[in-house]
Design a protein around this ligand. Structure first.
Ligand code: UDP
Ligand code: MG
Length: 339
């Protein structure tokens, strides 16, 4: 830190040097009980980052309340390398919150979010930077296949993306996990979203901006085992559905109206039969008709209440209503002006 502010003062005294200052890339990585693999991850990442001559870097590691030696390993890395920044959460908050914390703490010109188990290959970083320099605000790596993924994981993942894209207005690219690069602008928007149940790849999709997709093949985990239990996966899927869709509650209204209409039709039919054919069981048919109408109306009104609830929910989420791609101050000026 001292050396950093020292060099900053150097730049202040020597204004011409300001222009030579390199852009800074932040790599944010959540780590939960990854002591076995962090060393290999750091080595692979550092090799790539050191080879980038025109951009400086920081490695921001977020320990998500690990119960093994992860935090010690991270701190040891920070002792060795002044570009490593370590944050540690007070308990296990989960992958999505750990990522969010890292994004909130990152600075610089671009931020890359990646897993710390080497399933997100650091060798993709140079390509991501090329896309970013070409003007994309979000560059998402899209997983083409995972060599060690079980059939269950693949099927559940495919099913999940089909359902969420069917339910939600925000298109979420299948396979685009949380391995992505964000420009400073996109990072600030994401960090400004206050909602608590976070589904980061959905929020990234919601933001818009110019987005690029880079395919990659995810290798098996370098060491350790997956921290995503079935329970955590389910919770993530539900967070995604409830944060990005009001379709389930609308279903109640539609089904309810449908049932009530059926009941009304049935009653008309029964009354007609009773009047003209005189062959209906007394009591029974009218009971069924009223039951259907009442049951249907109840469901419909539950759905109606749900609509209000959904709107309150939208409001309470407090997502910004819109995001500027460019503000007047940011308008590119032409170099040929009177100046
Ligand atoms: N992770 C985390 N908190 C958790 C679970 C996972 O920070 O509660 C991190 C983990 O250390 C890894 C990334 O999130 O860097 C992805 O987790 P994992 O590899 O276990 O998931 P999978 O690749 O099996 O879906
Ligand atoms: Mg993994």
């Amino acid at each position: 830190m001292a050396s950093l502010s020292g060099s900053m003062r150097g730049y202040m005294r020597e204004p011409r040097l300001m222009s030579v200052k390199k852009p800074v890339l932040y790599v944010v990585s959540p780590c939960y009980n990854e002591a076995e693999v962090i060393g290999a991850f750091y080595d692979a990442l550092k090799a790539v980052l050191s080879s980038l001559k025109d951009i400086d870097h920081r490695i921001l590691l977020v320990d998500d309340g690990s119960s093994d030696a992860t935090l010690d390993v991270l701190n040891a890395l920070a002792d060795r390398d002044e570009r490593v920044l370590v944050y540690s959460l007070s308990r296990n908050f989960g992958h999505q919150v750990a990522i969010s914390a890292g994004i909130a703490k990152s600075r610089g010109d671009a931020t890359i979010v990646m897993d710390s188990d080497l399933q997100h290959p650091p060798t993709l970083i140079p390509e991501m930077l090329v896309s970013w320099r070409a003007g994309h605000d979000v560059v998402s790596a899209v997983r083409r296949s995972t060599d060690d993924a079980t059939l269950f994981k693949r099927l559940s993942s495919d099913g999940f993306y089909t359902v969420i894209n069917w339910l939600s207005d925000t298109r979420i690219e299948p396979g685009a996990a949380d391995f992505c690069l964000m420009s400073r602008k996109a990072r600030k928007v994401l960090a400004g979203m206050p909602e608590r149940h976070r589904f980061v790849r959905g929020l990234v999709a919601w933001m818009g901006f110019r987005r690029a997709y880079l395919p990659y093949v995810a290798p098996p985990r370098a060491a350790g085992h997956s921290k995503y239990s079935l329970r955590k996966m389910l919770r993530l899927a539900l967070d995604a559905v409830f944060a990005f869709s009001v379709a389930p509650i609308r279903l109640a209204t539609r089904v309810g109206v449908g049932i009530a209409a059926l009941g009304a039709l049935y009653l008309v039919y029964v009354i007609g039969r009773a009047l003209w054919l005189h062959d209906t069981e007394p009591g029974w048919s009218s009971l069924l008709g009223t039951l259907l109408i009442l049951g249907g109306l109840q469901l419909a009104f539950t759905g109606l209440i749900g609509e209000y609830l959904a709107r309150i929910f939208e409001q309470v989420k407090g997502r910004p209503l819109y995001v500027f791609k460019q503000t007047p101050e940011e308008r590119p000026r032409r170099a040929t002006s009177a100046a």
